[in-house]
Design a protein around this ligand. Structure first.
Ligand SMILES: Cc1cc2nc3c(=O)[nH]c(=O)nc-3n(C[C@H](O)[C@H](O)[C@H](O)COP(=O)(O)OP(=O)(O)OC[C@H]3O[C@@H](n4cnc5c(N)ncnc54)[C@H](O)[C@@H]3O)c2cc1C
Length: 417
Protein backbone atom coordinates (compact mmCIF):
# COMPACT_ATOMS: atom_id res chain seq x y z
CA UNK A 1 0.00 0.00 0.00
CA UNK A 2 1.79 3.15 -1.24
CA UNK A 3 0.81 6.58 -0.02
CA UNK A 4 0.54 9.55 -2.35
CA UNK A 5 -1.37 12.81 -2.43
CA UNK A 6 -3.56 11.46 -5.21
CA UNK A 7 -4.30 8.31 -3.21
CA UNK A 8 -5.28 10.29 -0.11
CA UNK A 9 -7.61 12.42 -2.25
CA UNK A 10 -9.17 9.40 -3.97
CA UNK A 11 -9.70 7.47 -0.74
CA UNK A 12 -11.06 10.56 0.96
CA UNK A 13 -13.67 10.96 -1.76
CA UNK A 14 -14.61 7.28 -1.86
CA UNK A 15 -15.06 6.53 1.84
CA UNK A 16 -11.52 5.49 2.92
CA UNK A 17 -12.40 1.81 2.44
CA UNK A 18 -9.13 0.31 1.22
CA UNK A 19 -6.57 1.44 3.77
CA UNK A 20 -4.83 -1.53 5.39
CA UNK A 21 -2.98 -2.02 8.68
CA UNK A 22 0.43 -0.41 8.50
CA UNK A 23 2.23 -3.54 9.64
CA UNK A 24 1.54 -7.26 10.18
CA UNK A 25 0.88 -8.28 13.79
CA UNK A 26 3.24 -11.26 13.72
CA UNK A 27 3.21 -14.39 15.89
CA UNK A 28 6.67 -15.28 17.22
CA UNK A 29 8.54 -18.06 15.37
CA UNK A 30 10.85 -20.50 17.19
CA UNK A 31 14.04 -18.99 15.79
CA UNK A 32 15.38 -15.93 13.97
CA UNK A 33 18.70 -14.76 12.57
CA UNK A 34 18.39 -11.55 14.57
CA UNK A 35 16.20 -10.69 17.55
CA UNK A 36 15.90 -7.01 18.46
CA UNK A 37 14.74 -6.32 22.01
CA UNK A 38 12.75 -3.06 22.04
CA UNK A 39 10.25 -1.65 19.56
CA UNK A 40 11.14 2.02 19.99
CA UNK A 41 12.54 4.29 17.32
CA UNK A 42 16.02 2.79 17.44
CA UNK A 43 14.89 -0.86 17.45
CA UNK A 44 12.52 -0.31 14.54
CA UNK A 45 15.00 1.68 12.47
CA UNK A 46 17.65 -0.99 13.08
CA UNK A 47 15.23 -3.65 11.83
CA UNK A 48 14.38 -1.54 8.79
CA UNK A 49 18.01 -0.94 7.77
CA UNK A 50 18.96 -4.58 8.45
CA UNK A 51 16.35 -5.56 5.87
CA UNK A 52 16.87 -2.70 3.44
CA UNK A 53 20.65 -2.25 3.48
CA UNK A 54 21.81 -5.77 4.30
CA UNK A 55 19.03 -8.04 3.06
CA UNK A 56 18.62 -9.60 6.54
CA UNK A 57 14.89 -10.13 6.93
CA UNK A 58 14.62 -13.13 9.27
CA UNK A 59 14.38 -10.61 12.10
CA UNK A 60 11.99 -10.14 15.04
CA UNK A 61 11.45 -6.96 17.00
CA UNK A 62 10.16 -7.86 20.47
CA UNK A 63 8.30 -5.08 22.26
CA UNK A 64 6.97 -5.49 25.78
CA UNK A 65 4.20 -2.93 25.29
CA UNK A 66 3.04 -1.42 22.01
CA UNK A 67 5.18 0.00 19.22
CA UNK A 68 5.94 3.64 19.85
CA UNK A 69 4.78 3.58 23.48
CA UNK A 70 8.23 4.38 24.87
CA UNK A 71 10.38 7.48 24.52
CA UNK A 72 9.95 7.59 20.77
CA UNK A 73 6.33 8.62 21.32
CA UNK A 74 7.07 10.84 24.34
CA UNK A 75 9.75 13.23 23.18
CA UNK A 76 9.60 16.87 22.14
CA UNK A 77 10.65 15.92 18.60
CA UNK A 78 13.67 18.19 18.08
CA UNK A 79 15.93 17.12 15.24
CA UNK A 80 19.31 18.86 14.80
CA UNK A 81 22.96 18.28 13.98
CA UNK A 82 24.79 20.93 15.99
CA UNK A 83 27.11 18.84 18.12
CA UNK A 84 30.62 20.00 18.93
CA UNK A 85 32.83 17.01 19.59
CA UNK A 86 34.34 14.64 17.03
CA UNK A 87 32.45 11.40 17.35
CA UNK A 88 29.12 13.06 17.99
CA UNK A 89 29.29 15.63 15.22
CA UNK A 90 29.82 13.23 12.30
CA UNK A 91 27.19 10.86 13.66
CA UNK A 92 24.43 13.47 14.05
CA UNK A 93 25.41 14.99 10.71
CA UNK A 94 24.83 11.61 9.06
CA UNK A 95 21.55 11.18 10.92
CA UNK A 96 20.25 14.58 9.77
CA UNK A 97 21.04 13.69 6.15
CA UNK A 98 18.98 10.51 6.58
CA UNK A 99 16.13 12.59 8.04
CA UNK A 100 16.19 14.78 4.94
CA UNK A 101 15.38 11.80 2.71
CA UNK A 102 13.30 9.84 5.21
CA UNK A 103 9.77 10.53 4.02
CA UNK A 104 10.63 9.53 0.49
CA UNK A 105 12.57 6.51 1.66
CA UNK A 106 9.75 5.25 3.92
CA UNK A 107 6.90 6.55 1.73
CA UNK A 108 5.49 7.92 4.97
CA UNK A 109 4.65 11.42 6.14
CA UNK A 110 6.72 11.86 9.28
CA UNK A 111 6.04 15.61 9.15
CA UNK A 112 9.73 16.46 9.16
CA UNK A 113 9.78 20.25 9.40
CA UNK A 114 13.10 22.06 9.00
CA UNK A 115 11.93 25.21 10.73
CA UNK A 116 15.33 26.00 12.29
CA UNK A 117 16.57 25.75 15.86
CA UNK A 118 17.97 28.74 17.72
CA UNK A 119 20.16 28.23 20.80
CA UNK A 120 20.29 31.46 22.81
CA UNK A 121 23.35 32.77 24.64
CA UNK A 122 23.51 35.24 27.49
CA UNK A 123 27.08 36.48 28.03
CA UNK A 124 30.27 37.29 26.09
CA UNK A 125 31.80 34.00 27.21
CA UNK A 126 28.79 32.09 25.93
CA UNK A 127 29.03 33.96 22.62
CA UNK A 128 32.65 32.78 22.30
CA UNK A 129 31.57 29.21 23.04
CA UNK A 130 28.75 29.48 20.49
CA UNK A 131 31.17 30.72 17.81
CA UNK A 132 33.53 27.86 18.60
CA UNK A 133 30.67 25.37 18.32
CA UNK A 134 29.53 27.04 15.10
CA UNK A 135 32.99 26.63 13.58
CA UNK A 136 33.01 22.94 14.53
CA UNK A 137 29.57 22.48 12.96
CA UNK A 138 30.70 24.17 9.73
CA UNK A 139 33.89 22.11 9.65
CA UNK A 140 31.66 19.05 9.80
CA UNK A 141 29.84 20.37 6.72
CA UNK A 142 26.59 21.39 8.38
CA UNK A 143 24.89 24.78 8.40
CA UNK A 144 24.92 27.29 11.22
CA UNK A 145 24.55 31.06 11.58
CA UNK A 146 25.36 33.47 14.38
CA UNK A 147 22.46 35.80 15.16
CA UNK A 148 22.72 39.22 16.78
CA UNK A 149 20.11 40.58 19.17
CA UNK A 150 18.71 42.68 16.30
CA UNK A 151 18.35 39.51 14.15
CA UNK A 152 16.67 37.74 17.03
CA UNK A 153 14.25 40.57 17.71
CA UNK A 154 13.06 40.34 14.11
CA UNK A 155 12.65 36.57 14.26
CA UNK A 156 11.51 36.07 17.87
CA UNK A 157 9.75 39.29 18.90
CA UNK A 158 8.00 37.55 21.80
CA UNK A 159 11.10 36.98 23.96
CA UNK A 160 11.96 39.13 26.97
CA UNK A 161 15.42 40.38 25.90
CA UNK A 162 16.29 42.49 28.93
CA UNK A 163 15.35 40.19 31.78
CA UNK A 164 17.66 40.92 34.70
CA UNK A 165 18.95 37.41 35.21
CA UNK A 166 19.74 36.18 31.67
CA UNK A 167 19.68 39.09 29.20
CA UNK A 168 19.86 37.73 25.65
CA UNK A 169 23.13 38.44 23.80
CA UNK A 170 22.39 36.49 20.58
CA UNK A 171 21.81 33.00 19.24
CA UNK A 172 23.15 30.21 17.09
CA UNK A 173 20.75 29.17 14.34
CA UNK A 174 20.74 25.92 12.44
CA UNK A 175 18.20 26.29 9.66
CA UNK A 176 18.19 22.59 8.73
CA UNK A 177 17.21 21.67 12.29
CA UNK A 178 13.55 21.40 13.27
CA UNK A 179 10.97 18.87 14.36
CA UNK A 180 9.17 15.72 13.17
CA UNK A 181 6.05 13.86 14.20
CA UNK A 182 7.49 11.39 16.74
CA UNK A 183 5.05 8.48 16.57
CA UNK A 184 4.83 8.70 12.78
CA UNK A 185 8.56 8.02 12.73
CA UNK A 186 8.01 4.80 14.70
CA UNK A 187 5.06 3.81 12.49
CA UNK A 188 6.92 4.60 9.27
CA UNK A 189 9.90 2.45 10.22
CA UNK A 190 7.57 -0.29 11.51
CA UNK A 191 5.71 -0.37 8.21
CA UNK A 192 8.91 -0.34 6.18
CA UNK A 193 10.44 -3.18 8.22
CA UNK A 194 7.24 -5.26 8.23
CA UNK A 195 6.86 -4.87 4.44
CA UNK A 196 10.36 -6.31 4.04
CA UNK A 197 9.53 -9.39 6.13
CA UNK A 198 10.53 -8.36 9.67
CA UNK A 199 8.21 -9.75 12.40
CA UNK A 200 7.00 -7.03 14.79
CA UNK A 201 5.80 -8.68 17.99
CA UNK A 202 4.03 -6.53 20.56
CA UNK A 203 3.12 -7.44 24.16
CA UNK A 204 6.20 -9.64 24.26
CA UNK A 205 8.53 -8.82 27.12
CA UNK A 206 12.02 -10.27 27.16
CA UNK A 207 12.62 -11.80 30.58
CA UNK A 208 15.95 -13.55 30.03
CA UNK A 209 18.87 -13.80 27.61
CA UNK A 210 20.18 -17.30 26.88
CA UNK A 211 23.97 -17.55 26.75
CA UNK A 212 26.05 -20.72 26.43
CA UNK A 213 29.84 -20.71 26.57
CA UNK A 214 29.96 -16.94 26.06
CA UNK A 215 27.75 -17.10 22.95
CA UNK A 216 24.20 -15.78 22.77
CA UNK A 217 21.61 -18.44 21.88
CA UNK A 218 18.30 -16.60 22.16
CA UNK A 219 15.88 -14.99 24.58
CA UNK A 220 13.17 -15.95 27.05
CA UNK A 221 9.97 -13.96 26.67
CA UNK A 222 6.46 -13.76 28.08
CA UNK A 223 5.41 -15.47 24.82
CA UNK A 224 7.93 -18.32 25.07
CA UNK A 225 11.57 -18.97 24.25
CA UNK A 226 12.96 -17.69 20.94
CA UNK A 227 16.29 -18.83 19.51
CA UNK A 228 18.50 -16.30 17.75
CA UNK A 229 21.95 -16.17 16.18
CA UNK A 230 22.25 -12.53 17.13
CA UNK A 231 20.46 -10.44 19.75
CA UNK A 232 20.44 -6.63 19.92
CA UNK A 233 19.50 -4.81 23.13
CA UNK A 234 17.84 -1.52 22.10
CA UNK A 235 15.62 -0.63 25.04
CA UNK A 236 16.62 2.98 25.94
CA UNK A 237 15.58 3.65 29.57
CA UNK A 238 15.48 -0.06 30.40
CA UNK A 239 19.01 -0.76 29.12
CA UNK A 240 20.55 -1.52 32.53
CA UNK A 241 17.77 -3.93 33.45
CA UNK A 242 17.90 -5.87 30.18
CA UNK A 243 21.72 -5.93 30.08
CA UNK A 244 21.65 -7.38 33.60
CA UNK A 245 19.89 -10.43 32.09
CA UNK A 246 23.19 -11.06 30.28
CA UNK A 247 25.22 -10.47 33.44
CA UNK A 248 26.33 -7.00 32.35
CA UNK A 249 26.47 -3.88 34.52
CA UNK A 250 26.13 -0.80 32.31
CA UNK A 251 27.45 2.69 33.09
CA UNK A 252 23.90 3.98 32.65
CA UNK A 253 21.47 5.57 35.10
CA UNK A 254 17.79 5.94 34.24
CA UNK A 255 16.27 9.35 34.92
CA UNK A 256 12.87 10.90 34.24
CA UNK A 257 12.45 13.68 31.69
CA UNK A 258 9.14 15.51 31.46
CA UNK A 259 7.45 17.38 28.62
CA UNK A 260 4.43 19.67 28.41
CA UNK A 261 1.93 20.77 25.77
CA UNK A 262 -0.54 23.65 25.84
CA UNK A 263 -3.91 24.10 24.19
CA UNK A 264 -3.76 24.75 20.44
CA UNK A 265 -2.91 28.37 19.58
CA UNK A 266 -2.61 30.29 16.33
CA UNK A 267 0.91 30.04 14.86
CA UNK A 268 3.18 32.17 17.01
CA UNK A 269 6.49 30.30 17.41
CA UNK A 270 8.09 29.59 14.05
CA UNK A 271 11.29 27.92 15.26
CA UNK A 272 12.62 25.65 17.95
CA UNK A 273 14.04 27.92 20.66
CA UNK A 274 16.50 26.62 23.26
CA UNK A 275 17.18 28.59 26.42
CA UNK A 276 20.08 26.64 27.90
CA UNK A 277 20.56 28.84 30.96
CA UNK A 278 16.98 28.21 32.02
CA UNK A 279 16.97 24.54 30.96
CA UNK A 280 14.01 25.30 28.73
CA UNK A 281 13.18 24.73 25.09
CA UNK A 282 10.02 25.25 23.07
CA UNK A 283 8.44 24.79 19.67
CA UNK A 284 4.90 24.84 18.32
CA UNK A 285 3.33 21.68 16.98
CA UNK A 286 1.45 21.61 13.69
CA UNK A 287 -1.77 21.32 15.72
CA UNK A 288 -0.89 24.60 17.45
CA UNK A 289 0.11 23.33 20.91
CA UNK A 290 3.23 24.82 22.44
CA UNK A 291 5.51 21.86 23.17
CA UNK A 292 8.16 22.49 25.77
CA UNK A 293 10.37 20.86 28.34
CA UNK A 294 13.28 21.36 30.66
CA UNK A 295 15.82 19.44 32.65
CA UNK A 296 15.73 15.93 34.09
CA UNK A 297 14.00 15.35 37.40
CA UNK A 298 17.02 15.09 39.67
CA UNK A 299 16.68 11.49 40.81
CA UNK A 300 17.08 8.09 39.16
CA UNK A 301 13.78 6.34 38.43
CA UNK A 302 11.98 3.88 36.16
CA UNK A 303 8.68 5.75 36.44
CA UNK A 304 7.49 7.26 33.17
CA UNK A 305 6.11 10.29 35.01
CA UNK A 306 7.74 13.18 36.81
CA UNK A 307 7.29 15.36 39.86
CA UNK A 308 6.06 18.85 40.66
CA UNK A 309 9.36 20.62 41.55
CA UNK A 310 10.54 20.19 37.95
CA UNK A 311 7.13 21.27 36.65
CA UNK A 312 7.50 24.50 38.63
CA UNK A 313 11.08 24.98 37.40
CA UNK A 314 10.08 24.56 33.74
CA UNK A 315 7.12 26.96 34.08
CA UNK A 316 9.38 29.55 35.74
CA UNK A 317 11.94 29.24 32.95
CA UNK A 318 9.21 29.62 30.32
CA UNK A 319 7.84 32.73 32.05
CA UNK A 320 11.36 34.20 32.30
CA UNK A 321 12.01 33.75 28.60
CA UNK A 322 8.61 34.67 27.19
CA UNK A 323 6.18 36.08 29.76
CA UNK A 324 3.29 35.85 27.27
CA UNK A 325 3.34 32.08 27.71
CA UNK A 326 1.61 32.64 31.05
CA UNK A 327 -1.66 33.12 29.15
CA UNK A 328 -1.55 29.65 27.58
CA UNK A 329 -3.20 26.72 29.34
CA UNK A 330 -1.13 23.57 29.79
CA UNK A 331 -3.18 20.60 28.61
CA UNK A 332 -0.93 17.64 29.29
CA UNK A 333 2.42 16.64 30.73
CA UNK A 334 4.16 13.30 30.74
CA UNK A 335 7.54 11.70 31.37
CA UNK A 336 9.93 9.27 29.74
CA UNK A 337 12.81 7.18 31.07
CA UNK A 338 16.18 8.46 29.87
CA UNK A 339 19.23 6.21 29.56
CA UNK A 340 21.92 8.59 30.85
CA UNK A 341 25.60 7.80 30.31
CA UNK A 342 28.37 9.47 32.34
CA UNK A 343 29.66 11.49 29.36
CA UNK A 344 26.27 12.21 27.80
CA UNK A 345 27.14 10.35 24.58
CA UNK A 346 25.67 7.05 23.40
CA UNK A 347 26.87 3.48 22.92
CA UNK A 348 26.62 1.40 19.72
CA UNK A 349 28.84 -1.59 20.26
CA UNK A 350 29.34 -5.32 20.61
CA UNK A 351 29.37 -6.72 24.14
CA UNK A 352 31.57 -9.32 25.83
CA UNK A 353 29.04 -11.97 24.78
CA UNK A 354 29.42 -13.17 21.19
CA UNK A 355 26.39 -12.27 19.11
CA UNK A 356 25.02 -9.80 21.69
CA UNK A 357 24.97 -6.11 20.69
CA UNK A 358 24.07 -2.94 22.54
CA UNK A 359 22.54 0.34 21.36
CA UNK A 360 21.90 2.59 24.37
CA UNK A 361 22.78 5.72 26.32
CA UNK A 362 20.86 8.20 24.17
CA UNK A 363 20.22 10.43 27.16
CA UNK A 364 17.56 13.01 26.27
CA UNK A 365 18.70 13.42 22.67
CA UNK A 366 18.00 10.14 20.94
CA UNK A 367 15.02 11.08 18.79
CA UNK A 368 17.16 12.95 16.27
CA UNK A 369 19.43 9.92 16.27
CA UNK A 370 16.74 7.42 15.25
CA UNK A 371 17.75 7.16 11.55
CA UNK A 372 21.51 7.34 12.20
CA UNK A 373 21.45 4.91 15.09
CA UNK A 374 19.38 2.35 13.17
CA UNK A 375 21.67 2.66 10.17
CA UNK A 376 24.88 2.26 12.21
CA UNK A 377 23.51 -0.45 14.48
CA UNK A 378 22.27 -2.47 11.49
CA UNK A 379 25.73 -2.14 9.95
CA UNK A 380 27.36 -3.41 13.16
CA UNK A 381 24.95 -6.34 13.60
CA UNK A 382 25.15 -7.35 9.94
CA UNK A 383 28.90 -7.02 9.39
CA UNK A 384 30.41 -7.12 12.89
CA UNK A 385 32.26 -3.95 11.95
CA UNK A 386 31.57 -0.47 13.31
CA UNK A 387 29.96 1.98 10.93
CA UNK A 388 32.34 4.96 10.52
CA UNK A 389 30.06 7.78 11.78
CA UNK A 390 29.33 5.81 14.99
CA UNK A 391 32.78 4.28 15.41
CA UNK A 392 33.54 6.21 18.61
CA UNK A 393 30.44 5.06 20.49
CA UNK A 394 32.39 2.32 22.29
CA UNK A 395 31.27 0.76 25.53
CA UNK A 396 34.78 0.32 26.90
CA UNK A 397 35.46 4.08 26.98
CA UNK A 398 33.84 4.14 30.42
CA UNK A 399 36.24 1.47 31.70
CA UNK A 400 39.44 2.73 30.09
CA UNK A 401 38.67 6.46 30.18
CA UNK A 402 39.88 6.73 26.58
CA UNK A 403 37.58 8.34 24.00
CA UNK A 404 35.05 9.89 26.37
CA UNK A 405 32.85 12.48 24.63
CA UNK A 406 31.75 14.88 27.33
CA UNK A 407 29.74 17.16 25.03
CA UNK A 408 28.36 19.27 27.90
CA UNK A 409 31.60 19.41 29.86
CA UNK A 410 29.85 18.48 33.10
CA UNK A 411 31.93 15.46 34.07
CA UNK A 412 30.80 12.09 35.35
CA UNK A 413 27.39 13.23 36.58
CA UNK A 414 24.68 11.29 34.78
CA UNK A 415 21.95 13.72 35.71
CA UNK A 416 23.84 16.84 34.57
CA UNK A 417 24.33 15.91 30.91
C1 LIG B 1 10.12 14.22 27.44
C2 LIG B 1 11.17 13.83 26.46
C3 LIG B 1 11.64 14.76 25.55
C4 LIG B 1 12.63 14.39 24.62
N1 LIG B 1 12.96 15.30 23.65
C5 LIG B 1 13.83 14.94 22.68
C6 LIG B 1 14.08 15.83 21.60
O1 LIG B 1 13.48 16.89 21.51
N2 LIG B 1 14.99 15.44 20.66
C7 LIG B 1 15.65 14.26 20.74
O2 LIG B 1 16.49 14.00 19.88
N3 LIG B 1 15.40 13.37 21.73
C8 LIG B 1 14.50 13.68 22.69
N4 LIG B 1 14.19 12.79 23.70
C9 LIG B 1 14.93 11.51 23.78
C10 LIG B 1 14.42 10.44 22.85
O3 LIG B 1 13.03 10.35 22.90
C11 LIG B 1 15.06 9.10 23.25
O4 LIG B 1 16.46 9.23 23.39
C12 LIG B 1 14.80 7.99 22.22
O5 LIG B 1 13.46 7.97 21.82
C13 LIG B 1 15.23 6.65 22.81
O6 LIG B 1 15.24 5.61 21.88
P1 LIG B 1 13.95 4.70 21.49
O7 LIG B 1 13.05 5.52 20.65
O8 LIG B 1 14.44 3.47 20.89
O9 LIG B 1 13.33 4.46 22.93
P2 LIG B 1 11.91 3.82 23.34
O10 LIG B 1 10.81 4.34 22.48
O11 LIG B 1 11.79 4.02 24.82
O12 LIG B 1 12.12 2.29 22.98
C14 LIG B 1 12.56 1.30 23.85
C15 LIG B 1 11.53 0.21 23.87
O13 LIG B 1 12.03 -0.93 24.53
C16 LIG B 1 10.94 -1.56 25.15
N5 LIG B 1 11.43 -2.49 26.17
C17 LIG B 1 12.04 -2.19 27.34
N6 LIG B 1 12.31 -3.31 28.02
C18 LIG B 1 11.90 -4.36 27.25
C19 LIG B 1 11.90 -5.77 27.41
N7 LIG B 1 12.41 -6.35 28.51
N8 LIG B 1 11.37 -6.54 26.42
C20 LIG B 1 10.85 -5.98 25.29
N9 LIG B 1 10.81 -4.63 25.11
C21 LIG B 1 11.34 -3.84 26.07
C22 LIG B 1 10.14 -0.40 25.72
O14 LIG B 1 8.80 -0.79 26.02
C23 LIG B 1 10.26 0.63 24.62
O15 LIG B 1 9.15 0.62 23.74
C24 LIG B 1 13.20 13.10 24.65
C25 LIG B 1 12.72 12.16 25.55
C26 LIG B 1 11.70 12.52 26.45
C27 LIG B 1 11.15 11.50 27.40
Amino acid sequence: MRFSGLRVLKEGLTGNKVWQSHWRDATPKDAYDVVIIGGGGHGLSTAYYLAKEHGITNVAVLEKGYLGGGNVGRNTTIVRANYFLPGNSEFYSHSLKLWEGLEEDLNYNVMHSQRGQIALFHSDAQRDAAIRRGNAIRNQGDDVELLSVADLKRMLPYLDYDQARFPIYGGLLQRRAGTARHDAVAWGYARGASDRGVDLIQNCEVTGIDIEGGVVKGVQTTRGAIKAKKVAIIVAGRSSQVAQMAGMRLPIESHVLQAFVTEGLKPCIDHVVSFGMGHFYISQSDKGGLVFGGDLDFYASYAARGNLPMVEHVMEAGMTLMPAIGKAKVLRSWGGIMDMTPDGSPIIDKTGVEGLYLDAGWCYGGFKAVPGSGFSMAHLVATDRHHDPAARFRLDRFRTGRGLMDEEGTGMQHNLH
